[in-house]
Design a protein around this ligand. Structure first.
Ligand SMILES: Cc1cc2nc3c(=O)[nH]c(=O)nc-3n(C[C@H](O)[C@H](O)[C@H](O)COP(=O)(O)O)c2cc1C
Length: 173
């Protein structure tokens, strides 16, 4: 089971569109996965689930994280970095059993030119700090608005080649 983290709570995000694409692509390969979208977090997460507190709403999310051994983070570029809500989510998850010794693949996306290069680099450092092993192939998908067809599927040859390579590597990781 691979847990796909859609790393923003923005409604109708491209991040969630891409997370759904990964979910279907894994499914087609016979690999089960589930998506945790940060849009599912309690609205008052910073009050309800930080610094030792745990809300009823977050409990099932924490249980899924604790039970997972492999993650795929889809991380949009916000102001030249990764979204604050993603760091808050990591801070709210129990330490160390949420991520310690587990594995993750990272994909950065942006509407601009850079595909969240800086955000993914920064997030990689945080993953290393919490002992989450990051797969060396990290993807960056710029101009994400031009990447999906009307069904939310990727269609560009280059993007598909890298995404398929990443998926195969993640399965084997
Ligand atoms: C708060 C915020 C900051 C953003 N900052 C950047 C940025 O620095 N560079 C960029 O290319 N796109 C930026 N964007 C645009 C996102 O990359 C764009 O919305 C893209 O679709 C991925 O984000 P999404 O998953 O929220 O859709 C920003 C969007 C938001 C909401």
């Amino acid at each position: 089971m691979i847990t796909i983290i859609a790393g923003t709570n923005r409604p109708a995000s491209k991040t969630l569109t891409l997370a759904n694409y990964y979910h279907n692509a894994l499914n087609q390969r016979g690999i089960s996965s589930e998506i945790i979208s940060l849009a599912e977090l309690p609205a008052d997460f910073i009050a309800s689930d930080l610094y030792g507190k745990r809300s009823e709403m977050f409990k099932p999310i924490q249980e899924k994280i604790s039970a997972s051994t492999k993650f795929l983070f889809v991380v949009p570029e916000y102001n030249g970095g990764f979204p604050g809500v993603l760091k808050t989510f990591i801070d709210g998850c129990t330490f160390p059993d949420s991520f310690y010794g587990k594995k993750a693949a990272l994909t950065g996306i942006s509407s601009g030119k850079y595909g969240n290069i800086r955000g993914i680099e920064h997030f990689t450092g945080i993953c290393h700090y919490i002992h989450l092993h990051v797969m060396p192939l990290r993807l960056h998908i710029p101009t994400i608005d031009k990447e999906f067809d009307h069904h939310g599927n990727l269609f560009k040859e280059d993007t598909l080649r890298f995404v398929n390579q990443q998926i195969e590597q993640l399965i084997a990781f």
